[in-house]
Design a protein around this ligand. Structure first.
Ligand code: NAD
Length: 351
């Protein structure tokens, strides 16, 4: 046993089918009286239903949450918050909606109750990514961490299969990187292995039968664990590459994580062999190719070229990825990263 520091983020987690009916009770427990309910335009109806179910505790709906949390949208939401006399936010949706709730809380310390409907994991991290004039910045603060998270697998039944798969691979990527994080510790490693195990077990069932509450529950449980480790320890090469590809080439978030994960895991699998051993075993002894075969069997996207990246951008992407690299168990070398990107672009199985 080596020395470690473990930080436990103070969030209240409620898990179970039908648990989203407990939002009003949770607001009352926190002494809150008027919640601004947040969603994307696509989930406006769900947000309105929730606002209605809150009765007098629902102040109204703001349904303009957008990918990458643009500051203009946050400012508009803050105006609505004041106009409606809200004293807290309830975010129902994926990382985009949760990001808006965090952006509001970062500015006015609003308490947040979050009802996640994807597997991205943002609800349990004190991290906020936002964009201003097209530039993405990331901040971390105690006010950003939601107070209450209500995981209701029933709300994930309608998450399309393709999004379920990519979102779950996004979650697994948090846990793979948590295992070899420089500040990893025995608790986050337990959570990471269990999160990956749960998602690996659940996903084939989600694909076969998207309305299976058993598979959806196991998947959501896994995503909670993976999100928790994302919010607790540092991320490495995989997240740096995905942030570069998303931020500079506008590639879609979850799909990019899904394509890159087998390649970044393969890149680090020898340097971090001890830390990765429990999950390497889960994927048949070779983590990179095992993850690739798993993703392929689920119908996940496998090639960056299919996400809209031009081959001529690979050199620039490699340059950006090695500039200010995150700490990584294997040195981040430009030629090796360029080769990794080429394989990921073509959709080849990692060696
Ligand atoms: P998303 O929130 O952008 O959702 C994608 C689309 O799916 C939206 O239109 C949404 O309304 C819809 N949707 C969500 N759940 C649904 C459901 N159950 N049924 C039907 N439709 C549904 O996607 P995401 O991948 O969850 O989040 C991505 C964003 O979150 C990115 O901006 C990323 O940077 C951020 N993120 C942040 C953190 C963090 O810790 N700060 C962690 C993970 C992701």
């Amino acid at each position: 046993m080596t020395d470690f520091i473990y930080i436990n983020n103070p969030a209240r987690i409620i898990f179970g089918a039908g648990s989203s009916q407990r939002v009003a009770e949770e607001l009352k427990t926190l002494g809150l009286r008027r919640a601004l309910v947040l969603s994307t335009p696509a989930q406006q109806k769900d947000a309105e239903r929730l606002n209605d179910a809150l009765g007098g505790l629902g102040a109204g709906v703001f349904a303009h949450a957008t990918m990458h949390t643009p500051i203009e949208v946050t400012e508009e939401a803050l105006r609505t918050y004041v106009e409606l006399g809200a004293d807290c936010v309830v975010a129902i949706g994926g990382g985009s909606t949760i990001g808006l709730g965090k952006a509001i809380a970062y500015r006015n310390d609003a308490p947040q109750v979050v009802v996640p409907t994807t597997y991205a994991g943002s609800e349990v991290t004190p991290i906020l990514g936002q964009t201003e004039n097209g530039e993405k910045t990331t901040v971390s603060a105690a006010s950003i961490l939601p107070e209450v998270v209500i995981y209701d697998p029933e709300l994930t039944l309608g998450l399309p299969v393709s999004m379920s798969v990519t979102s779950a691979l996004n979650a697994m990527a948090h846990a793979v990187e948590a295992l070899y994080a420089r500040n990893s510790n025995p608790i986050t490693s337990l959570m990471a292995v269990e999160g990956i195990r749960a998602l690996k077990e659940a996903l084939p069932g989600v694909v076969r039968q998207p309305e299976s509450i058993a598979s959806r529950s196991t998947a959501l449980y896994g995503s909670w664990l993976c999100g928790t480790v994302l919010g607790t320890v540092g991320m490495a090469l995989h997240h740096k590459l995905c942030h570069t590809l998303g931020g500079s080439f506008n590639l879609p978030h979850a799909e990019t994580h899904a394509v890159m994960l087998p390649h970044t895991a393969a890149y680090n699998q020898v340097a971090a062999a001890d830390a990765l051993r429990p999950v390497t075993k889960l994927f048949g002894g070779q983590l990179g190719s095992g993850l690739y075969d798993f993703a392929a069997a689920l119908g996940a996207p496998l090639a960056l070229k299919d996400l809209g990246l031009n081959e001529r951008d690979l050199d620039h992407a490699a340059d950006l990825a090695v500039k200010n690299p995150y700490w990584n168990p294997r040195p981040v070398e430009r030629d090796a990263i360029r080769a990794l990107l080429q394989r990921a672009w073509s959709g080849l199985r990692p060696e």
